[in-house]
Write a protein that binds this ligand. Sequence first.
Ligand SMILES: NC(=O)c1ccc[n+]([C@@H]2O[C@H](COP(=O)([O-])OP(=O)(O)OC[C@H]3O[C@@H](n4cnc5c(N)ncnc54)[C@H](OP(=O)(O)O)[C@@H]3O)[C@@H](O)[C@H]2O)c1
Length: 300
Amino acid sequence: MIKVLVTGAAGQVGQDLMDVLAGRTPPGGDSDFQPDGQAIGLDEFSVMGLTHHDLDITDAQAVRRTVGMVRPDIIIHLAAYTAVDKAESDVEACFAVNEAGTGNLSDAAFEFGARFIAVSTDYVYDGRKGDTYVETDPTNPIGVYGRSKLAGELRCRPQDTIIRTSWVMGLRGRNVLHVIADRVARNEPVRFVTDQVGTPTFSADLARALATFARQPLGGIWHVANRGTTSWYSVAETAARLFGAPDDFVTPIVTEELSPAPAATRPARSDLSTRKWESAGFQPMPEWTAALSRFVADRN
Ligand SMILES: NC(=O)c1ccc[n+]([C@@H]2O[C@H](COP(=O)([O-])OP(=O)(O)OC[C@H]3O[C@@H](n4cnc5c(N)ncnc54)[C@H](OP(=O)(O)O)[C@@H]3O)[C@@H](O)[C@H]2O)c1
């Protein structure tokens, strides 16, 4: 059995990853999506999932003690400060988790001989490329959250695995799809921006991809996202329709029209190419529209 330690286990992706590593398909998942061609065995992984309550990753001594006690083969690191707008005025706390916390875990993994897999974000890019990002593109984060996540990446070692993902949504997470479903139920139309473009990623599919990296000793930087470049308006419009909303329920706006203006500036276009993933021989990530349909079906 491969012994895996998961941080952020109670978070959006963490809950889905705990299911996947136990051989279950998370809600909103696709049991046919087996990127490396083989289902996860019920006894393949022995998993310890740590919540914030169990371990504060900013505490270097506690991290070292825990990893030394558990002696995992692999650490999959999902714990993060993810409040993108709040981070703009809470810089120190954000960096403590995303930079120092990630460094603490990479250090402990190295000391105790575990592989280290850390999840990062499309917000390490500035969004000005005007095309899909590949792993070798220069980084240039434009907000505190993105800067802290990049600082965390830089605290990792060359042999560590860094998975950059984007626009993550899971059935058990706090995300925009639940807001849209509730607004449809109350018949309260919504407004979404057309000028932020990216690649939506459903946490059930991301979790299954992460399990693939737990099986394969692939280091370096990888993009993992559902396939298809789109805008938040298009995500909202497609979701609202699937939730049964009437036509014109979602009004297209541009970022400048958001009121109040969000504290953090987001990249205008940060869609991630998964060509490297496909070139490694893995089944292509599902299209975001197919993943959204599963999300809606399971939520309903
Ligand atoms: N959500 C997205 O759109 C998105 C996009 C790109 C990349 N990512 C990355 O994907 C990963 C998983 O994200 P997610 O959506 O699952 O986020 P999430 O739902 O916010 O989960 C993050 C978890 O980390 C925990 N945490 C925060 N501070 C901690 C600390 N000091 N010590 C230990 N645990 C701590 C949180 O616990 P508490 O809530 O109890 O504090 C929470 O359970 C993160 O690395 C994130 O940066 C997310």
